[in-house]
Design a protein around this ligand. Sequence first.
Ligand SMILES: [Zn+2]
Length: 190
Amino acid sequence: MLVKTVLNNCQKYKSFVFGKVKFITHNGSKTIEIEIHPRKNSKGICSGCHNPAPLYDKLKHRLFEHIPIWGFKVFFKYRMRRVECEDCGVTVEEVPWAEGKRELTKTYMHYLASWAKSLSWKEVAVKFHTSWEKVFHSVEYIINWGLNYHPQRRWLFKSLLNFILMMSISTGGYRFQNLIFIAYFPILFL
Ligand SMILES: [Zn+2]
């Protein structure tokens, strides 16, 4: 079965299609690269107002790290487009698999954050050959994502996140951060 077939079954994006899948060497290791292309005649989405807008130009290729398979790192390769929005001016388009300048896909951040519930962030980083910071940013992303539904609690959780981050660094990053999940869920559902 092709990698593309697997992706089309679990990771479909309405206005984009998966292209070539190949092995490349990235930072000295064999890595799987999957191209993504916009569907023909599809408009870009303005990242400012989230509305469709006419295309302006294309930027350089960007790599987005996705969930590894069979021990290989996986990257989506996509050439971001800029759109000319009537309200926001020229902006970089919004894509469904990533957010802003983050290097990991949303799915991968969800995946890392789910592992961070039972392992320390350091252990998750070692397990997936990534950095402690990327695990931290994944947890932060998931929390912000959850707090979109509870904006009034954002300040409270941000303070807690900073406190736990500080304590994690001073205690060598071991398991202290798991408190975040213990604290997180009651705040969300109170
Ligand atoms: Zn706009």
